[in-house]
Design a protein around this ligand. Structure first.
Ligand code: AMP
Ligand code: MG
Length: 514
């Protein structure tokens, strides 16, 4: 049995506590400086709530590196305080807990009232660099938006979101992050009875496309405008004062979202529930539910058990992002103060541009993985040639890019790839393309090493961490977090985590597991 406070990710702040004691700093200061602005919006934007106290919370992990980045005062912090704060038992001074209202299109069907049903926003904090972040508990009990749900979270999804969101961050992809995980001591009723957990999530904000839809559906356009102004001020400050500000806001949101999807695809990530309520306005990956990184490459790969028609399959993610963005556009039109023909032409043209823009972003992201410093539309064929080969031969996405990087400094005879006509064609075109670049092969190889992770949170490893956690053992959880913090570095002692799953280890389906 492992108490979860291992030396790896969960390294508690003993050193810091000792430091504080040494210097006699006994006066307790607060963990965060809260500065809440969302509660200044009208009352129908949120509901004030209190987290329900967990029966017997226990700290699994506290992300000290992230806490430092956030400017948390760790001087007098101890495990009990962390447990109390991150289970919702202790409300810090300055925190005004709320549940946010939002709606959303779920798998294309509109649901007018969703909202934080099992999440509670503790408040906003300002970091030493002046950045603003939301601190949110996920799984801390019912709120007015819980509908029939229990407001709880099972331990499995907490472990999963912690590992995946931190891995996503280390892969340099915009994402919400995990500050802490606790077990609640409660039993949660799902398909079976399982231990409950609470995740503390950090996000640039939790404003979603669905937040706009909530007010748009109610034809409360002054609220839509207030929300847009708030989001612009918070996330797109550079647009302040623009003439056509709401349209430019739309464009900026769209660019961030499409860039995010291109990055996801470059690491084989499939979000799985890219509904409008899970689409962040600031362009971060949010709501790690049945998401997964794929092993074998497949354009149409779906993991989520609830995505029966493959709406959010790997290759559909850009189109679905555009679908979600069209929902946002519909919310913004009434506040744009433009005649309807003009506005519809404007958006029609914008969507055509965005579609092309995504292709460019995708070629850039995938091109880097093939060692290409600058790309053209013609490189699309090269990239697809490679991906089609991977798909046909059932090859592992991540490891194949590693093998290809190695191939750059190998002789023909060392080539481990199966030599098919497709492969030979790809190889010849690729080598020719690399030679056309002003950079030499060594530079291309460096670019590939920087763009291709060695380690990704493989499903079977995440499942193993979850299975152990259910038994109260967090060793694998900490090991994964430790290794995935440096995904581009080959870590010899952790080679087993590079391996694709064996046949009996393959995870075919993932579940929302709320
Ligand atoms: P998600 O699947 O996390 O995107 O959640 C979709 C909606 O269901 C959101 O409004 C959640 O707050 C709500 N929800 C999910 N799980 C629960 C739960 N256990 N209790 C209450 N509400 C929930
Ligand atoms: Mg959600």
């Amino acid at each position: 049995m492992n108490d979860g406070l291992s030396v790896l990710n969960g390294s508690i702040t003993n050193g810091l506590t000792n430091f504080a004691i040494m210097f006699g700093q006994i006066e307790e200061r607060d963990l965060f400086n809260f500065d809440n602005t969302y509660i200044e919006l009208p009352e129908d934007f949120y509901q004030k709530v209190s987290p329900s106290s967990a029966v017997a919370p226990k700290l699994i992990s506290f992300n000290t590196d992230l806490a430092r980045e956030l400017g948390a005062n760790l001087e007098t912090i101890d495990e009990k305080k962390l447990t109390d704060v991150f289970s919702g038992k202790e409300i810090l001074p300055g925190s005004i807990p709320i549940a946010q209202a939002y709606a959303g299109h779920q798998f294309g069907n509109f649901v007018p009232s969703l909202g934080d049903g099992r999440a509670i926003l503790l408040g906003e904090i300002i970091t030493p660099k002046g950045l603003r972040f939301d601190i949110q508990l996920k799984g801390s009990g019912q709120t007015p938006f819980s509908r029939r749900g229990d407001g709880r979270s099972a331990l499995g999804p907490v472990i999963r979101e912690y590992i995946l969101s931190e891995a996503m961050h280390a892969l340099k992809i915009p994402t919400t992050r995990a500050l802490a995980a606790v077990t609640s001591g409660d039993q949660v009723h799902r398909e079976s009875i399982v231990p409950g957990g609470i995740l503390t999530r950090v996000a640039s904000s939790h404003i979603r496309v669905g937040t706009f839809e909530y007010f748009s559906f109610r034809e409360n356009f002054s609220a839509v405008k207030q929300l847009a102004d708030y989001a612009i001020n918070r996330h797109y400050h550079e647009l302040m004062g623009s003439e056509n500000i709401y349209f430019e806001f739309f464009q900026a949101v769209a660019k961030r979202k499409l860039s995010l999807v291109a990055k996801w695809m470059s690491v084989g990530f499939i979000h799985g529930v890219m509904n409008t309520d899970n689409t962040s306005i600031c362009g971060e990956t949010i709501d790690f539910g049945p998401c997964a990184f794929m092993d074998q490459f497949n354009y149409q790969k779906v993991f989520s058990s609830i995505d029966r028609n493959g709406r959010y399959a790997y290759q559909n993610q850009a189109n679905m992002a555009l679908w979600n963005l069209s929902s946002l556009a519909n919310c913004l039109v009434p506040i744009m103060d433009m005649d309807s023909d003009k506005v519809s032409t404007l958006f029609k043209e914008e969507f055509e541009d965005l579609s092309e823009h995504f292709t460019t972003l995708w070629i850039q992201e995938m091109g880097k993985k093939l060692g290409l410093f600058s790309v053209t539309q013609a490189d699309q064929a090269l990239i697809h040639g490679w991906l089609q080969y991977l798909e046909k031969e059932n090859l592992d996405f991540t490891n194949s890019f590693q093998d290809l990087t190695v191939l750059l400094s190998q002789s023909e005879s060392q080539n481990i790839f199966k030599r098919t006509t497709e492969f030979d064609h790809f190889l010849a075109s690729w080598k020719k393309r690399l030679k056309q670049q002003p950079q030499d092969i060594e530079e291309s190889k460096n670019l590939m090493q920087q763009s291709n992770p060695v380690f990704i949170p493989r499903n079977h490893q995440v499942e193993k961490a979850i299975a152990q956690a259910m038994e109260g053992n967090y060793e694998h959880f900490h090991r994964l977090n430790h290794v995935l913090a440096n995904p581009f570095t080959d870590q010899e002692e952790h080679q087993a985590l590079r391996d694709a799953p064996k046949e009996d280890e393959v995870v075919h389906q993932t579940f929302c597991g709320t």
